[in-house]
Design a protein around this ligand. Structure first.
Ligand code: NAD
Length: 446
């Protein structure tokens, strides 16, 4: 393993900073430390745990801008988006902690029987780079509220912002209940194989498969929030303006690097000309650039591998006959300009894999059954969206995804889970059922 991990600014390729990679023997000590910390944290009453966690997150307030700027430097998103993400982390923490605690109160189910939601032990939180703090905190808060202790491995792309947040939180949290480790895939694998009880993972499907295998011998609990290849269906009776606006915004959000970004659009051939023209027009208004320039809403791709992947999906589509309505024929690393491609087909990577870049990929359909069948023809099933008037709800009903929406983005409202179907994961966070997955359920009959 390398001794240090360098964090690279994807826009300038300059080194933002570096952290020491956690060694195997350090990981062993960290696990021992977590076991010690668990003994006392599990005894802290639920209400008191919430209080301590909330106070720790509130203490991040003066760091708001600094954390946001560091996040942008490390992974490239424009600073307005980073400010929004950090804001959610700081100001959403109290609400989340209360919500989890409410779900974990003992529940008298009648007669002499009580359902209890008890601490599980050590939770490994492993998170991705696309929302470097939000994705981690979404798993850290329910773990800690449930009385577990956390060993957190952030993505190797964004170690610094994670490190700074954890250091600040640890000024307020009891020693050892939130520890951070640094490294790449190998360290993630070692963490999964170490003496942890629950693995709460957000990341790619491929890593999820490996984690399941490594966790199986200890029958460790798993919460898997994995990738997606979200379809959007635009029906003939859709509001074209609203649908085109959504297709672009959802495909380009976070430079397309969002688990529920729209990855492929199926539009009724009857309105396709008008829809595609409007999509290209809206998309052409997007501005590409580094995080600290005003008006930028598409940043660099996070790294060379991600850039190459998006480029290869575009090249593959063009080679197989798709049409480029908007976008450069030659992309200059690290930017993929706003791209709109039509006439995609099921054999193209753009249609059958998660692209994770700023591309609107469109196909036309003649009848709605074709659209539904193509939308469902994927191993993934995270989100799916339908735009349309009468009949749209019926179409939504037939889509195979954990989160489906009509004329709006997926994700539901407060108290709903963030959940995938098929190979987009299992075990989830959010909602009463989600919160309880961070706890050991016990049935006590007295
Ligand atoms: P990734 O799977 O490559 O890495 C995620 C984390 O897992 C990193 O910390 C990485 O070091 C670690 N890791 C990688 N391989 C591992 C292994 N075999 N064992 C243990 N740890 C391992 O994913 P990424 O590129 O960081 O993130 C992008 C992916 O995350 C996309 O597929 C995206 O859709 C998905 N994602 C899903 C959600 C969701 O809520 N479902 C949210 C955000 C991102």
């Amino acid at each position: 393993m390398q001794d240090t991990l360098k964090s690279i600014n994807p826009a300038t390729l300059e080194i933002v900073g570096e952290v020491k990679v956690t060694t195997e023997s350090e990981l062993t000590d960290i696990v021992t430390n977590a076991q010690q910390a668990f003994k006392s944290w599990r005894q802290v009453p639920l209400k008191k745990r919430v209080k301590k966690i909330t106070a720790a997150f509130e203490s991040l307030e003066p760091l708001h801008r600094g954390l946001a700027q560091l996040m942008s430097q490390e992974m490239g998103k424009d600073v307005r988006r980073s400010m929004g993400e950090v804001s959610g982390v700081i100001y959403g923490a109290a609400y989340s902690a209360d919500d989890v605690a409410a779900a974990l109160k003992p529940n008298n189910v009648g007669g002499d029987t009580v359902m209890q939601y008890l601490p599980l032990g050590i939770c490994a939180v492993i998170s991705p780079w696309n929302y470097p703090l939000a994705m981690a905190v979404n798993l850290i808060i329910p773990s800690l509220v449930a009385g577990n202790v956390v060993i957190f491995k952030p993505s190797e792309e964004t170690p610094l912002v994670a490190d700074e947040m954890v250091a600040a939180l640890n000024e307020f949290l009891p020693q050892g209940i939130l520890q951070i480790v640094h490294g790449g895939k190998e360290l993630g694998q070692k963490l999964v194989e170490s003496d942890v009880n629950l693995i709460a993972f957000t990341g790619s499907r491929q890593a999820g498969v490996d984690i399941m295998q490594r966790a199986s011998s200890g029958l460790k609990r798993l919460i898997m929030e994995l990738g997606g290849n979200d379809p959007m269906i635009v029906m003939a009776n859709a509001n074209i303006e609203a649908a085109a606006g959504f297709a672009v915004a959802s495909s380009f959000e976070n430079t397309g690097q969002m688990c529920v970004s729209t990855e492929r659009v199926y539009v009724d051939a009857k309105i396709a000309d008008a829809f595609e023209a409007r999509v290209a027009e809206i998309a052409s208004q997007y501005t590409v650039g580094p995080w600290n320039q005003s008006n930028v809403n598409i940043g660099p791709l996070v790294n060379k591998a991600q850039f190459q992947k998006v480029k290869s999906h575009i090249d593959d589509a063009v080679a197989k006959g798709a049409k480029v309505l908007l976008g450069a024929s030659e992309q200059q690393y690290p930017y993929i300009p706003p791209t709109v491609i039509t006439d995609i087909t099921p054999d193209m990577l753009l249609e059958n894999e998660e692209t994770f870049g700023p591309v609107v990929a469109i196909a036309r359909y003649e009848n709605i059954d074709q659209a539904i069948s193509r939308a469902n023809d994927s191993d993934y099933g995270l989100g799916a969206v339908v735009f349309g008037g009468k009949g749209a709800a019926d179409v939504a009903q037939q889509l195979e995804a954990g989160m489906v929406a009509v004329n709006q983005s997926v994700g539901g409202g407060a108290n709903t889970p963030w959940v995938g179907a098929k190979q987009s994961g299992f075990g989830y966070r959010g909602s009463v059922e989600g919160h309880r997955q961070f706890a050991q359920v016990r049935v006590l009959s007295k």
